[in-house]
Design a protein. Structure first.
Length: 287
């Protein structure tokens, strides 16, 4: 209640109501089964003890317009696991009340509508080899795409692209021509709406990789990305944008934020006004 962004742990909830951890887990499971709380086991879905009704994955999935009723069932079943998670198709089919073949067929419909994104998870052994696959990881998507850059942001894209390239840990041993081509390719992605941090996560897939041909490997990774950036559903439901790195307009200190528009390092205020150059003018309150 004091800080909606920080969840209480199960142990803390148990201390408040006088229950041990296992009993608290059981009762949270009962509340979820009865539709009183969302899949995160923290967000109330119906009346409660005065807490605000926060938008949750299940509420979003129930309100979204799916391609067909069966897709809607599968979407609500996925939302029961949260905004993102890992699920086997047998579990999804059982939760949605459809056959496995039906669930797999409608998976393609959900992907085409940009409502769910799936990522395969290989089953890697201790020898480094892959032995089959684990259940896919999924992320609920909003069906919306990020707008293309315009104005000053369009002109700043090459500088941001160069900053992204510098942060890719495996991009070493390159020639100036390869670096110039890499900046041009990343600039094209940024101007098409890809956020800086999301693009970096897609490119910096390996921590210690020594690419034989850095430019060719970078092009291979970029070709796998969609032309437009699909916005995750959680960001739309919470009014957030993709995490981005910006400089405070007052103190010039860099920081990360998910808030849209012009943001200061403290959100609505600057945390270091004494570092302003020139110093911020004093504001006097006139009676």
């Amino acid at each position: 209640m004091a800080d909606p962004e920080t969840w209480l742990t199960t142990v803390e909830i148990g201390k408040v109501v006088g229950l041990k951890k296992r009993a608290t887990q059981d009762h949270l499971g009962h509340l979820f089964a009865k539709g009183r709380i969302d899949a995160d086991r923290r967000t109330p879905l119906v009346g409660g003890l005065g807490q605000p009704l926060l938008p949750g994955a299940q509420q979003w999935a129930a309100a979204i317009v799916a391609p067909d009723p069966t897709c809607a069932k599968c979407l609500v079943a996925l939302a029961a696991y949260g905004w993102e998670g890992q699920i086997h198709w047998d579990e999804l089919a059982a939760a949605a009340g459809v056959s496995k073949r039906t669930a797999e067929r409608h998976r393609a419909h959900l992907i085409a509508a940009d409502l769910v994104a799936f990522r395969p998870v290989p089953n890697t052994g201790q020898d480094g080899k892959n032995y089959g696959r684990q259940p896919d990881r999924f992320t609920l998507m909003s069906g919306l795409t990020a707008p293309k850059l315009a104005g000053a942001a369009w002109d700043e894209a090459p500088a941001v692209a160069a900053r992204v390239i510098e942060r890719v840990r495996w991009f070493v041993g390159y020639t100036e021509e390869a670096r110039s081509n890499a900046v041009k390719s990343v600039t094209w992605c940024l101007r098409n709406g890809w956020p800086e941090e999301a693009l970096l996560r897609a490119l910096d897939v390996s921590e210690n990789r020594q690419a034989y041909n850095p430019g060719g490997y970078l092009s291979k990774l970029l070709r796998k990305l969609p032309t437009e950036y699909a916005v995750p559903a959680r960001q739309v439901a919470r009014g957030e944008v993709a995490e981005r790195r910006v400089d405070c307009p007052i103190c010039d200190m860099p920081f990360k934020t998910k808030m849209p528009g012009r943001v200061l390092c403290g959100g609505a205020v600057c945390l270091r006004p004494e570092l302003a150059n020139p110093p911020a003018a004093n504001v006097f309150k006139i009676a």
